[in-house]
Design a protein around this ligand. Structure first.
Ligand code: 4AD
Ligand code: MG
Length: 460
């Protein structure tokens, strides 16, 4: 009987059996009559032990000389050993046969420290490293959790165009592409199309790549990122926030349940995620500005500003970073400071209408603020969701399009939606890479995308 080919994350089900792994070598330690091979196969890492007496001289010596990243098939007996290293730990393979598929050329990524530019130039190889592997596995879980939550709640997935004729999230960061004799733009959002879709399907979402010509180099911005955008008919801002907090909690809890090994590899303090459950705190933009002004005054007076856990605020080297007056948008430092006041993600609602997109519904009686909400992730991570209630009245929408200096023609169809059975409706966009960066507790968004696109990087 041929031995079954299994993956490392299935070792637990084969203790005592002979199995075959198809793997790559990421490290090895010869010790006298033994060679400890660390193998990885995409699902995990496992220690495989070769005993000299079980092999002919040539095979044993060849194994001893194997370079990192050589591809192998290894057949052996699965042993449970709580001390065995690996991911998940606790299993070891007693090697009976080993076949070399390819002896790797000298691998450029060695255990020594490498600079970030070197690693990014070698992103096609770097993704094999333990941390990058863990991050991208979490990313896949996040994407799966997004779909499963929405699919399970009556949301229909709709594909929205990537080639679009107009701007929705501001004209400053549009990627222009030639479109025969005309121009087109890469989509900044699928929202406007989803607003059409809800009148046919009730609740929908689009999920795909999104493009922003972000001219700034920050640790939060990619030029191409993945965004999921649910849109819901007969839904006001309060109802939207309830959906958002359940959605985000589901994503976090799914990762905690399914990626314990990956989070351990990332050294993530999971106690900072375990309690992420509804409800999330809510604060208005007005109150947030007041808090920021207060925090800045305290920092200037050398009075410590305390986080939600009683420890001093981090990451604000200079109080001037918190400069703000009513009407200004938040920058990264504002979000960094605010989010440390809460153990959970926090909603900031009611931003000034003037700094938000043209489609957001102003508050009746106070049109200078709009029914918008950003969700800011804790520990200084900041915005992961932007959302709002949309303008439902056609005249008001036309006014706002004009005020924003946008041409009316490309938006005719969008205004039309408000003429044929308009209803209060709301939606939001969640950035996948921002969410992964937060959940994984990593520093820079570039590691949350397999092949990130940044202002200064398109290779590989
Ligand atoms: O706040 P934004 O711009 O909202 C929209 O695009 C709306 N049309 C969404 C909607 O209501 N349907 O972007 C939403 C989210 C942000 O909160 C952030 O997580 C992510 O998209 N995002 C980026 N992620 C990485 N790099 C960038 N340059 C990003 N810009 C936005
Ligand atoms: Mg936003």
């Amino acid at each position: 009987m041929a031995t079954p080919i299994i993956s490392i994350n299935d070792l637990h089900a084969h203790v005592g059996q002979t199995v075959t792994l198809q793997a790559w070598l990421y490290d090895k330690t010869p010790k006298g009559k033994l060679i400890f091979l660390q193998a990885r196969d995409g699902t995990g890492r496992c220690q495989c032990v070769m005993f000299k007496g079980d092999f002919d001289e040539a095979t044993f010596e060849a194994a001893k000389a194997l370079p990192q990243e050589s591809s192998l098939t290894i057949t052996g007996v699965v042993k449970a050993d709580p001390r065995a290293p690996g991911v998940p730990g606790g299993f070891e393979l007693g090697v009976k046969e080993i076949a070399i598929v390819q002896t790797s050329a000298e691998y450029p990524i060695t255990p020594k420290e490498h600079g970030i530019e070197f690693l990014m130039d070698n992103r096609h190889l770097w993704i094999r490293s333990a941390r990058q592997w863990a991050l991208l596995r979490v990313r896949a879980t996040v994407m799966r959790a997004i779909r499963s939550w929405l699919d399970g709640r009556g949301f229909l997935e709709m594909s929205t165009p990537i080639l679009t004729p107009s701007a929705a999230e501001g004209t400053t960061n549009l990627f222009e592409v030639g479109y025969f004799d005309d121009k087109a733009y890469l989509a900044q959002t699928g929202q406007l199309y989803n607003e059409a879709n809800i009148f046919a399907f009730g609740r929908v979402y689009c999920f795909g790549p999104t493009f922003r010509a972000e001219k700034s180099k920050t640790r939060r911005h990619l030029t191409e990122f993945w965004m999921v955008e649910p849109e819901i008919a007969f839904c006001d801002l309060d109802q939207l926030l309830e959906i958002e907090e359940q959605f985000v909690s589901h994503i976090v809890q799914t990762v905690l349940r399914e990626n314990a090994n990956e989070l351990k590899t990332l050294d993530r303090d999971v106690s900072k995620l375990a309690h992420i459950n509804p409800p999330f705190p809510r604060i208005t933009y007005d109150d947030a500005v007041a808090k920021l002004i207060e925090m800045q005054a305290s920092l200037r007076a050398d009075t410590p500003v305390l986080r939600h856990d009683g420890k001093p605020l981090e990451g604000i080297e200079d109080p001037a970073l918190l400069d703000i007056t009513w009407g200004m948008d938040f920058g990264a430092p504002h979000e960094t400071a605010l989010t440390q006041l809460y153990a959970k993600p926090v909603f900031v609602t009611g931003f000034p209408t003037a700094i938000k997109a043209f489609y957001m519904e102003p508050y009746p009686g106070r049109p200078e603020v709009c029914k918008s909400a950003d969700l800011l992730a804790p520990e200084g991570y900041g915005e992961i969701i932007g959302g709002s209630e949309r303008i439902s009245d056609p005249t008001r929408l036309e006014e706002r399009i004009r005020e924003h200096g946008l041409p009316m023609d490309p938006y005719r169809w969008y205004v039309d939606l408000r003429k044929y059975g308009s209803v209060p409706h709301s939606g939001f966009g969640l950035g996948v890479e921002r969410t992964v960066t937060w959940i994984c507790g990593t520093e820079h968004i570039r590691e949350a995308s397999p092949f990130p696109r940044l202002i200064n990087r398109m290779y590989p």
